[in-house]
Design a binder for this molecule. Structure first.
Ligand code: HEM
Length: 323
């Protein structure tokens, strides 16, 4: 029986004419993953960040920690020690290995699973714990036994050019996805004009101003096909100091309230004909279930942002030199 899974995000960051080298690195990684033990689920996504760096992320989901560990020790860990000519790119790995009690996933329709939902043979079917604020917490088994309060302060250690981030106990990751592949005609127009811009505003807010609310980092990503073409699928991926901080933003901040409102208007206009699919996965990871390593990335990248001292950052951090 699966008691623990692995969610591993492999990112490459570049500017301008370095796209070819970045694509080669991604292609090499994907070749390795295609023959990796345990046949992990592999997805690809892209975004342009606040400093105008392009980032491709290869997201992998593993149902066997042993398979992941073997593969990572042998091959995957080289992602953040790449050989030249990749020295003008940034590389990072962001890895969670949560016990199954520490994540939940929810789909508006169950016939096209995404992400962690692809690991199991089936989804559970309809559930009652949704449609009210607090549903996310009720779906997390660990929340029955713990308030999931954060503890600790993010810190970094350096190992040569590589930087490791040590985050907080009960760090929270959300991946919240939208799929409008099946929407055509008026529905597509309505999604792209009434919902997507509101979502984008919320995602940019979290990216640029989320830290005082507990959002360490946010990426609004576009899912890519195997060939690297953008699909009609996006997701917000964000790292939060705690589940409580994420809940507060979702329930009360004008940006998510506006997203929620736009979606309700959309759904009430279209009724049962709506084909937009929504899903999310939420993980609350213990300190020893996290691993963050960055090489050559700018200091607002992912969890590095939790320790950078940009003005407005309300979260403290410590820096420790180990080499
Ligand atoms: C078009 C995009 C989105 C729509 C339409 C949407 C709509 C909704 C709706 C209807 C709910 C209530 C769900 C339920 O329990 O049945 C909800 C909850 C939530 N949303 Fe969104 N949302 C969107 C994007 C996002 C994004 C990008 C994030 C974060 C990155 C997010 C974070 C949350 C969280 C954390 C909850 C759960 C709150 C709780 O159960 O206490 N949402 N959203």
């Amino acid at each position: 029986m699966t008691t623990r899974v692995v969610m591993a995000y492999f990112g490459v960051q570049w500017k301008g004419d370095n796209q070819g080298v970045a694509s080669e690195a991604v292609a090499g990684l994907r070749r390795q993953l295609a023959v990796a033990p345990g046949s992990p689920r592999v997805e690809r996504a892209h975004y342009l960040d606040e400093r105008n760096f392009d980032t491709d992320i290869v997201i992998t989901y593993w149902s066997s920690v042993d398979d992941f560990d073997r593969w990572f020790t042998q091959l995957g860990s080289q992602w953040t020690t790449p050989p030249p000519p990749t020295d003008r790119l940034g590389f990072f790995v962001e890895i969670l290995r949560p016990a199954v009690q520490r994540f939940e996933t929810l789909f508006s329709a169950t016939d096209r699973p995404e992400g962690i939902g692809c690991l199991g043979p089936t989804l559970s079917g309809e559930i009652r714990e949704h449609g009210y604020w607090g549903g996310m917490r009720d779906r997390l088994p660990i929340a029955a036994a713990s308030a999931l309060e954060p503890s600790g302060t993010p810190s970094v250690t350096h190992d040569g050019r590589r930087t490791r981030v040590h985050a907080v106990d009960n760090l929270c990751l959300i991946r919240s996805g939208q799929d409008w592949t099946d929407a055509d005609g008026d529905e597509r127009v309505l999604y792209l004009t009434d919902v997507e811009p509101v979502l984008r505003t919320g995602m940019n807010f979290l990216r640029d101003a989320g830290r005082p609310l507990g959002c360490f980092a946010n990426r609004y990503m576009t899912v890519l096909s195997d060939d690297g073409d953008p699909l009609d699928k996006t997701f917000g991926m964000s790292w939060w100091r705690s589940l409580g901080d994420l809940e507060r933003w979702a329930e009360s901040h004008p940006t998510h309230v506006a997203i929620f409102g736009a979606a309700l208007r959309y759904l009430s206009t279209l009724g049962p004909a709506a084909t937009l699919r929504l899903y999310h996965e939420v993980t609350v990871a213990a300190a020893d279930e996290q691993f963050f390593e960055y090489l050559g990335c700018h200091d607002e990248t992912g969890m590095l942002a939790s320790t950078s001292h940009r003005s407005g950052a309300a979260l403290d951090s410590e820096v420790v030199e180990t080499s």
